[in-house]
Design a protein around this ligand. Structure first.
Ligand code: ZN
Length: 203
């Protein structure tokens, strides 16, 4: 399976990163070993001193497809989960300055914790899924799919022009504003519409 992450999909986050609002979705990949499941602890890597959380809605692909038309994209996923796109912000800044790819900052081992449980999309208003992240019991990030620049169907249509999507692939749909650092000892809890979906510690 592969993990596809959308960058700059919320204009308030693009602004906080001093990045322009994109005209097309921006995406990058994480390898399968980036996945971290079952609320397993995340071990702070020693190659960064500025690790940030980015809490994101996650779509799991349920059918194989290429060149998927936006109007049929909804047939390719059934459930929505929640995950963290962990980012080594210091390495990402160096990559940006040097015009280099982001893999060392974004695609390292266990950089993609994901909720064990997903919520059936039939029980959600896809145009307004509210989610938030708590760090040590304090809300640090809140977003809604209503504020996405590119909605899930548009993302699927765009990505699938470039490669086949397969069952089990995960799409991290971008982070709202409010990204920030984690440190060893932090506890992260993520919620969709008030339902706790992940709860893990940073060690
Ligand atoms: Zn992200």
């Amino acid at each position: 399976m592969k993990i596809i992450c959308i960058g700059r999909n919320y204009s308030d986050h693009a602004k906080e990163m001093n990045a322009p609002t994109p005209e097309k979705p921006v995406f990058f990949l994480k390898p399968d070993v980036a996945l971290l499941t079952k609320n397993a602890p995340f071990y702070y890597p020693d190659f960064t001193k500025d690790l940030h959380y980015e809490c994101e809605l996650v779509v799991r692909i349920t059918r194989m497809g290429k060149n998927i038309d936006e109007q049929f994209a909804h047939k390719y996923y059934d459930e929505i989960g929640l995950g963290i796109d962990f980012t080594a912000r210091d390495l990402q800044q160096q990559c940006k300055e040097q015009g280099l790819p982001w893999e060392i900052a974004k695609s390292f081992e266990h950089s993609a914790p994901v909720s064990e449980h997903f919520i059936p999309k039939s029980g959600l208003d896809l145009a307004n899924i509210s989610f938030y992240l708590e760090k040590n019991g304090q809300e640090v990030q809140r977003g809604s799919s209503a504020d996405m620049i590119f909605n899930i169907d548009k993302i699927i249509a765009y990505i699938s022009q470039f490669f086949t999507l397969k069952t089990g692939d995960l799409i991290y749909t971008g982070t709202p504003a409010g990204v920030g650092p984690v440190t060893i000892g932090d506890q992260l809890k993520g919620y969709i519409n008030g339902t706790l979906l992940f709860d893990f510690g940073v060690k």
